[in-house]
Design a protein around this ligand. Structure first.
Ligand code: SAM
Length: 325
């Protein structure tokens, strides 16, 4: 085995060290002042010798820097690990908690059975688990906002939004706020599970917040529906139900933007393929190819109007009600 192969195989520890560093708030401690390992161990309640070993790995990867006086300080990378800073990656790092990590560790189970390792390990679906763990739910929704941050501008500038716009599974409403800022729409509707809607405190005043489930027919209509990073959380049967329920709320001129990666269309195929396996283990979900989307969209009584690349990963599949249905 070459050393570069060996190095690739041990990246898993770098991933976990980043999570632990984020969980311990090391970047926030170092933002107050550079610190020695002993000082950091004291404020993070950790064992100095072990912490030193983890910091050493992270330092080698440019995450932290040890100065000549032995004090650790931040680098550009760890600046982005501070909490409550613009574009902080901390929420994203933190949402990969032990339950998700354990599920990734049972990829073999998911590959063998096609089922979510999470459900097997914890006896409930991930979203049910979030419903019972408000702190984790808040972490998950903040992580989604972290990813969304990068994408929202592209979505708001490259797609057409008018009249009544509904974001289905829109989380805390960050994308809708961006759309409201960029387009003269008349009404925005944020739809998500009731406990997530409760977390959406900062949505614009023209935004109506509706709690419910997309597994029931939608109780409202709209001119534009947005479904971002939703279908990939579900297997084909559930994804079809969601699409049919949205179709229920669509009139002849309504448009639906399905915004997700497309396995054989998006540029960054390696990233999508990795996310695909994470989706399998956590949700029994999947990233889809263009033809897999086509099958679902047609079965739901919809048809594709256009497909646009929004960035290197996500695309917008614009759909309307199929006339032949
Ligand atoms: C992967 S997140 C995507 C959030 C957001 N669209 C984004 O792109 O940032 C999935 C969203 O689906 C919501 N969700 C899960 N089950 C739902 C259900 N049965 N009905 C409505 N929303 C649901 C979650 O609460 C979460 O906000």
């Amino acid at each position: 085995m070459t050393t570069s192969t060996f190095s690739l195989l041990t990246m898993i520890m770098l991933n976990r060290a980043l999570y632990v560093a984020a969980d311990l708030g090391i970047a926030d401690h170092l933002a107050t002042q550079p610190m020695t390992v002993s000082e950091l161990a004291c404020v993070t309640h950790t064992k100095p010798e072990s912490l030193q070993r983890m910091l050493y790995l992270l330092e080698l990867h440019g995450v932290f820097k040890q100065q000549e006086d032995m004090h650790y300080c931040l680098t550009d990378f760890s600046e982005s690990m501070r909490q409550n800073t613009p574009n902080s990656i901390r929420p994203f790092l933190l949402h990969d908690d032990d339950t998700r990590w354990n599920s990734f560790g049972h990829l073999g189970y998911s590959v063998t059975t096609g089922n979510a390792a999470f459900d097997m390990l914890y006896g409930q679906s991930y979203f049910q688990h979030l419903q019972q763990n408000p702190q984790l739910s808040a972490r998950f929704n903040d992580a989604m906002m972290t990813i969304s941050c990068q994408e929202d501008s592209a979505i708001a500038t490259k797609l057409v939004f008018e009249k009544v716009v509904a974001d289905i599974g829109g989380g805390k409403g960050q994308l809708l706020n961006k759309i409201i800022t960029n387009h003269a729409i008349t009404q925005a509707i944020l739809f998500d599970l009731p406990e997530v809607i409760d977390q959406a405190n900062s949505v614009d005043s023209i935004c109506l917040k509706i709690g419910g489930s997309f597994f029931d027919p939608l109780p409202f209509s709209a001119d534009i529906f947005v479904l971002k990073r939703i279908l990939h959380d579900w297997n084909n049967e559930k994804a079809l139900t969601i699409l049919k329920n949205i179709r229920h709320g669509m009139h002849a001129d309504s448009r639906l933007y399905i915004i997700e990666g497309i396995l054989d269309y998006s540029e960054d195929k390696k990233l999508l393929a990795a996310i695909d396996l994470a989706l399998l283990t956590i949700f029994q979900g999947q990233e889809r190819t263009k033809s897999e989307f086509d099958v679902l969209i047609t079965a739901a009584g919809l048809e594709v109007v256009s497909i646009k690349n929004l960035d290197s990963v996500i695309c917008a599949i614009e759909c309307k009600r199929s006339e032949s249905h």
